[in-house]
Ligand binder design. Sequence first.
Ligand code: COA
Length: 260
Amino acid sequence: MNFENILIEKSNELATITINRPKKLNALNKNTIEELHNAFEALDNDSSTKVIIITGSGEKAFVAGADISEFAHFSVEEGGRLAKKGQEMLFDFVENLSTPVIAAVNGFALGGGLELAMSCHFRIASDNAKMGLPEVSLGVIPGYGGTQRLPQLVGKGKAMELIMTAGMINADEAKECGLVNHITTPEELLPLAEKLASKIMRNSSVAISAAIKAVNDNFKDGVNGFETEISEFGNCFGTEDFKEGTTAFLDKRKPNFPGA
Ligand code: COA
């Protein structure tokens, strides 16, 4: 895979995607969104990828938002299309990926940057991270799922305040309100993400994919997450991973999951 704005590193079963437009604070332009889609799709289709970490290049930013220069002159129709296409191509796509995705937030995560981090399955941050949805300061609202995912993560009142004030919160505040799970130094951010990834990789990837689906279904209109849980739970009993996991437990050894 050849990309202009992202880097991909694969180390055994772990893939790390780095958004690489540091001079523009990794702002998400159209091309970067397309490249991210293609990279996530390819990695998810490759059964040797068990976890994906996403981060930003440079010391300043995860992603400072959607690229404002690309949409500053858009019409109403173009604005609507931008949000719809972006949501489908990247933000909903990442959230529903069957491979777990960890966001390693290494600086500014603003607007589309925070929306991307929120689409990931969970987030960790460096202690210099700054997060916010500043869109109303530009006369627009979050369009890549921010009005929906922020309340899911931090509660409605806190989300309303963050969106209305267009303010930024630091890593401590983000952890306090549940937006990120762990904080560490910038140097330790990727090692921590890798440590969490290695814990995930010890488990059944098939069961993890089923769990992602069941958890996500809690937040989908007209879908009963409990029903999803029941059917996904049942499906697990037909997998090789289940046979290996239960046999290994009874044999008092560590499982070696085939991932099928
Ligand atoms: N879209 C396009 N370009 C962006 C960008 C964005 N969202 N965020 C930063 N950049 C660009 C700047 O235009 C600048 O480019 P230039 O050097 O060619 O002028 C470069 O990245 C560096 O940004 P700069 O503003 O000089 O850095 P800073 O340290 O002074 O400020 C921020 C950092 C994050 C506070 C500031 O860049 C900012 O407010 N960005 C926009 C955040 C935003 O509103 N995001 C939501 C978009 S919907």
